[in-house]
Design a protein around this ligand. Structure first.
Ligand SMILES: C[S@@+](CC[C@H](N)C(=O)[O-])C[C@H]1O[C@@H](n2cnc3c(N)ncnc32)[C@H](O)[C@@H]1O
Length: 321
């Protein structure tokens, strides 16, 4: 079996033409993309978006238009994937190719599509790629992926962090946000619940920094207070900003399915860069995540303010620079 990416094997074996415009939804890797000619990429996660842009690809957080072929690469969220397959069918004048690892649920998507139309399949590298002629998919697939109010009354969509309900870690941090003042930032703000809790009377401005484009769009609908600013950005690559009086964060510790506590350490570093000398940093983390050494190395003062069986809340000040 060749080592080229699964989707390229499908293009080769399925005689899928490379001539017309090709759209790739949610790519994460460079491998094989250049072989598709000059594909248009849809990627709303800022760190990946910027990488593709820097690599010379045409990339946008959301894409509309008509394409000869649409390739869908899977995310971790089934409802988002079903929605992307349905959108791919609407935008393709030819084939739709779906590519994903087993642990992203490619098998159940294949089953779902097989009930609707005839598909070709190749199994390769712990996953599958299947392709079929674009055909209308169930309306529920489109609706299921769209932004809607969750049970707590906030706009979210599948694929966003804790989209069904307020995250328990953020809820544990929230009582510690009372009395924040001046310019505040939320690093990794998601759909905005935590930032909304920080908007006390003494806050003059709050900036929500979030990597997922759609999550930030949801946050804009959830926080209509005119003190709120919204910044679609990779927190790990932020340029120097005007410094903040307080920074709050429930940092990410996963990328795809992989646990990456170093992401949280990167968020701590970003906070150090963005705080005023007397600014305060408040973060929540799962108890098992080792952030103490990073706080000790980067702040003159820090303490664990609260803990329960699952989470711990840290407050740090006097950033070392
Ligand atoms: C643990 S969630 C917290 C979300 C939100 N504050 C809440 O309480 O519901 C972390 C957030 O960071 C975002 N994120 C992950 N990596 C990022 C990066 N490099 N730059 C900006 N945001 C990122 C994720 O999309 C996610 O929304």
């Amino acid at each position: 079996m060749s080592r080229s990416p699964r989707f390229l094997t499908a293009f080769e074996q399925g005689d899928i033409p490379l001539e017309g415009p090709i759209l790739v939804i949610r790519p994460t890797e460079f491998a094989g993309l250049a072989e598709l000619g000059a594909p248009v990429l849809e990627q709303g996660f800022a760190p990946q978006h910027h990488r593709f842009e820097a690599g010379g690809f045409s990339v946008a957080p959301t894409v509309e238009g008509r394409f000869a072929t649409v390739l869908v690469q899977l995310t971790r969220a089934k409802a988002e994937n079903l929605g992307n397959i349905a959108r791919a069918c609407q935008m393709s004048d030819g084939m739709v190719v779906v590519d994903g690892a087993k642990n992203l649920g490619i098998e159940s998507l294949l089953k779902a599509v097989k009930k609707i139309t005839e598909v070709n399949v190749i199994s390769k590298s712990h996953g599958k790629v299947f392709w079929f002629e674009a055909t209308p998919m169930p309306q529920e697939w489109l609706l299921g992926a769209q932004m809607a109010k969750n049970k707590d009354g906030f706009f979210t969509a599948p694929g966003m962090f804790s989209y069904e309900k307020i995250d328990a870690g953020s809820a544990f941090l929230a009582p510690h946000l009372a009395g924040l003042s001046g310019r505040v930032a939320d690093l990794g703000a998601g759909w905005g619940w935590l930032a909304a809790q920080a908007l006390g009377a003494d806050v003059s401005e709050i900036t929500l920094f979030e990597g997922e484009h759609l999550a930030l769009e949801a946050a804009k609908r959830n926080i209509t207070d005119e003190r709120a600013r919204f910044n679609w950005a990779d927190v790990l690559g932020l340029p120097k900003t005007e410094p903040f009086d307080a920074i709050i964060s429930n940092p990410p510790f996963h990328q795809g399915r992989a646990a990456m506590p170093e992401l949280g350490v990167g968020f701590i570093q970003a906070a150090v860069k963005m705080l005023k000398p007397k600014g305060r940093f408040l973060m929540v983390a799962n108890r098992h995540l080792p952030y103490e050494a990073a706080l000790e190395a980067r702040f003159r003062k820090w303490e664990m303010k609260d803990q329960n069986g699952v989470f711990k809340v840290f407050e740090a000040s006097l950033p070392k620079r």
